[in-house]
Design a protein around this ligand. Structure first.
Ligand code: SF4
Length: 142
């Protein structure tokens, strides 16, 4: 199973924001996380809409982690961003002829459930806790 790039970028933004007490601009986030600015800006908007990042406007403004972002479940967030799609498109066009009775499909669904269940108890704050925090604090600093 592979996450969409946007989901990975969202997790990077949240981890960095969880470690840093200061506000970061989109430009600073893009540079620190080695992500194209336009892509990062869309991800930041998505996280703002979900109440996980807050924007501070004006001089010295930028984004910072909201309280809800720090306590957000990684599993819940990844589920939300990835959508509840199955790992294989059994019902595509044309649909797989085995869809009516396929043991593999059930096994893949169970594996996907286990994947998310492993991420459910982990919060964004956990991902930014020491010793990783030191690495997060060091990136993007000039
Ligand atoms: S073989 Fe099973 S899991 Fe694979 S596409 Fe067909 S129905 Fe889905």
């Amino acid at each position: 199973m592979r996450l969409n790039r946007s989901t990975d970028i969202a997790l990077r933004v949240l981890m960095l924001s969880a470690a840093r007490a200061d506000r970061l601009t989109v430009d600073e986030l893009a540079e620190a996380l080695a992500v194209p600015r336009n892509h990062l800006a869309k991800v930041v908007q998505t996280l703002q809409r979900r109440g996980l990042l807050e924007t501070v406007r004006g001089r010295g403004g930028g984004v910072r982690l909201a309280d809800a972002g720090r306590t957000a479940s990684v599993g819940g967030l990844v589920r939300d961003l990835e959508g509840e799609t199955e790992v294989v498109d059994c019902d595509g066009d044309p649909a797989c002829p085995l869809t009516g009775n396929c043991r593999l499909r059930g096994a893949l669904r169970a594996a996907q459930g286990a994947f998310y269940a492993a991420l459910d108890p982990i919060t964004i704050g956990d991902l930014a806790a020491p010793p990783v925090r030191e690495t997060l604090l060091s990136i993007g600093r000039r």
